[in-house]
Design a protein around this ligand. Structure first.
Ligand SMILES: Cc1cc2nc3c(=O)[nH]c(=O)nc-3n(C[C@H](O)[C@H](O)[C@H](O)COP(=O)(O)O)c2cc1C
Length: 201
């Protein structure tokens, strides 16, 4: 075994190591609106679901040259965001929206995506996304000793494209075809799936 202590490594090497180990990571493609109406869309792979009911999700946002990224600014200003799921067909467009654009830049336009009015929150959804979740932020938590800020939010409404929902109310992942992030610029699609029943004690 090679044992690596974070404090012996450069911060960028620690980051590279961590994100190559915690894989595959789902991608939150977050649309948000500023108080001035600026529209924003950006991907975040420090993302997961953290509680079932009310359905609660988190994603974590770093800084750009000491300044909060546009998504964090918007969530702070309005408390709302939409999570759009990234599938294989949308991977390239998702990547386009990850450019470090100026605040005024509308990434929907940059990537040729269609904003679709949400039902309960002001930020629009990505019309092309098969699954979207309208969310309200519940906690904005500085991540200790880092430049990251974790946003937690509750899903107000799920939107699922026709044909993706199974009779039991779950989304069929083989039809969703999600894209996950691995190390650096690497991504993954779904591999082999298998089932296991949990122990029945
Ligand atoms: C797949 C992918 C995942 C990313 N995950 C994160 C993340 O978890 N946290 C983060 O701060 N930046 C992440 N980034 C970089 C942001 O998307 C990028 O900084 C973006 O410009 C932020 O946009 P904003 O300033 O409009 O909010 C990721 C980029 C890509 C392509």
């Amino acid at each position: 075994m090679t044992s690596l202590f974070p404090h012996d490594l450069q911060p960028s090497d620690v980051y590279r190591l961590l994100i190559s180990i915690v894989v595959p990571r789902p991608i939150a493609w977050v649309s948000s609106l500023g108080a001035d109406g600026s529209l924003n869309l950006a991907p975040f792979s420090f993302f997961n679901a953290v509680a079932g009911n009310p359905p609660t999700v988190m994603f974590s946002i770093g800084q750009r040259q000491g300044v909060p990224k546009d998504t964090l600014r918007n969530v702070r200003e309005t408390g709302e965001f939409v999570l759009n799921m990234v599938d294989e067909a949308l991977a390239e467009k998702m990547n386009l929206t990850s450019g470090e654009y100026a605040y005024e830049v509308n990434e929907f336009e940059r990537a040729g995506l269609t904003p679709l009015a949400s039902m309960l929150v002001k930020p629009p959804r990505v019309a092309e996304a098969a699954v979207t979740m309208e969310c309200r932020a519940t906690q904005i938590v500085p991540v200790q000793d880092t430049t990251y800020t974790m946003v937690l939010g509750q899903v107000q409404v799920f939107h699922v494209r026709e044909g993706l929902l199974r009779p039991d109310g779950s989304v069929d992942a083989t039809l969703l075809k999600p894209v996950a992030r691995l190390s650096g610029d690497e991504y993954a699609t779904l591999g082999t799936m298998f089932e296991m029943k949990r122990p029945n004690l």
